[in-house]
Design a protein around this ligand. Sequence first.
Ligand SMILES: Cc1cc2nc3c(=O)[nH]c(=O)nc-3n(C[C@H](O)[C@H](O)[C@H](O)COP(=O)(O)OP(=O)(O)OC[C@H]3O[C@@H](n4cnc5c(N)ncnc54)[C@H](O)[C@@H]3O)c2cc1C
Length: 448
Amino acid sequence: MNKRAFLKLSSALVAAPVVSPLLAWASGEKPKNWAGNLEYGTDRLYPAHSLERVQEFVRKQTKLKVLGTRHCFNDIADSTQSLLSLKPMDEVVALDPRAHAVTVDAGMTYGQLCPYLARRGFALHNLASLPHISVAGACSTATHGSGERNGNLATAVSALEIVNAAGDLVKLSREGDGESFRGAVVGLGALGVITRITLDIQPTFTMRQYVYEDLPLSELKDHFDAIESSAYSVSLFTDWQKQRLNEVWIKSRVERGQAFDAQPEFFGAKRATRNLHPIAELSAESCTEQMGVSGPWYERLPHFRMGFTPSAGKELQSEYFVPRPQALPAILAVERLRDQVTPHLMISEIRTIAADRLWMSPCYRQPCVAIHFAWKQDWPAVRALLPVIERELAPFNARPHWGKLFTMSPSHLRSLYERLPDFTRLSRTYDPQGKFRNAFLDRNVFSG
Ligand SMILES: Cc1cc2nc3c(=O)[nH]c(=O)nc-3n(C[C@H](O)[C@H](O)[C@H](O)COP(=O)(O)OP(=O)(O)OC[C@H]3O[C@@H](n4cnc5c(N)ncnc54)[C@H](O)[C@@H]3O)c2cc1C
C-alpha cells in the first residue's frame, strides 16, 4: 500500500470512528517498508486511534505486529496475519518541566516531537540521522545517533505503557521496575503494543555543524580517540577507497566549554566550503545546515531534514556494532574488504555510542562503534557480501542493528546477547502464546 492509500484509509477511519475494524482491512494491496525492499505479509492493516481500540484489537487477534513508520529494512515488523498502526495516536500527552520528562503517544515521530519541545525550551539528548521515524519503533530497535557520551535513543526512555497479549495495560518505569524495565525498553516489538512513552528531556541547546573532506586513513589510525571526542557528535563517512574517509561531520553544542574550534584543517581533512550530502555527488538540499551556522539541536543532530527524503531513498542498509576499544581494528578489517564492498555501496558511516544497561541493546554494558553500510538496492549482491563482512567482524563479536539487514546465523546472534534468556522469559510474561512473535523473532530470538 502506498503512502496515499494508507493516509486515505487512516483519515477515513478517523472520520468514522465507529467503523468496524474489519472494514479497515484488506485493501488488497500489501504495504511495503520505507525502502520498498520488503512487502509485508498481509494487507490487513488496522489504524488505531485510541487505547481502547488497541486493547479491543489485541484481544481479538491471535497474531499481530505493530508497524511504526516502516523504516526497518528487515522483517522485524512483519506479520502474515495482521498489522496495527498507531499513526493516528501522535499527541504529546504531558510535559513535566520539573521532572524533565515528556510523555508521548506511541505513534508520534521525532519530527513531530522535537519542534514542540524546542518551542517550550527543551531538548532530547540525541537523534538518529533522520527525524522521520516513530519514537516507539526507534526505541524498540535501539536506534542511535553518534557521540562518545551519548547512549542510543532508547536510553532516554524513563517509562512505558504497553498493551500485553491479554489486552491489559501494563505500566513500567525506570524508577519503579528496575531490571524488567531495562529488559522491556529495547523490546523488539515482542512484549506488546507500546501506547505511550516517557522520555528524559533537558534544557534546549544550540548546535553548529561543520563538515570536513578527505580525512587520511593514517590520521584516523593515529588519532581515532581524539577525532571521535572532538565534539558532541562525530560521524565519519567513507566509501573505503583511496586510504581516506570522504567526510567528517562534526556537531558541537554552542556552549561555554563545549565549542568546537573549526580550523580550516582537521587532522589533515579540509573544511568544506559548501553544504554537503554524505554522498558528495547528491544534492545537499535534504541535509541539515552545515558551515558552522548555529541552529536548534533538532536541526543539527540529524543529518537529514524533515520534509525531504532522508539518505538516498532506494537503498538497503546494514550496520554492525563492535566494542569501542576494538573500533580501529574492526574498521581496518572492513577497509581491507574495500574492493568487494565499494561496488555495492552508496556510503558507509562510522559512529560511536555510549554503553547502556538495556538488555537487548547492542551497547549493553559496552560502549560501541557502529559501522554502517548504505547499499545499492541489489539484495542478491548484498546477501552474498554480508557473510564476508560478518566473518571479518566476528572476532570483535559484532552485533547487527536489529532493524537492518544481516545474514549471521540465529544461534550466533543469540550467543552475542547475554540477557537474551532473561528477555525471552520477560516477553513470555507479557505474551505467553507468542501473539506478538513473527518469523523474525521466532528465528532470531525465541528459537534454540
Ligand atoms: C533512511 C534511514 C535512515 C536511518 N538512520 C538510522 C540511524 O541514524 N540510526 C539508527 O540506529 N537507525 C537508523 N535507521 C533505522 C531505523 O531507525 C530503525 O529501523 C527504526 O526501528 C525505525 O523505526 P520505525 O518506527 O520506522 O520502525 P518499524 O520498522 O515500523 O518497526 C520497528 C520495530 O518496532 C516495533 N514497533 C513499532 N512501533 C511499536 C509500538 N507502538 N509498540 C510495539 N512495537 C512497536 C515493530 O513491531 C518492529 O518490531 C534508519 C533507517 C532509514 C530507512
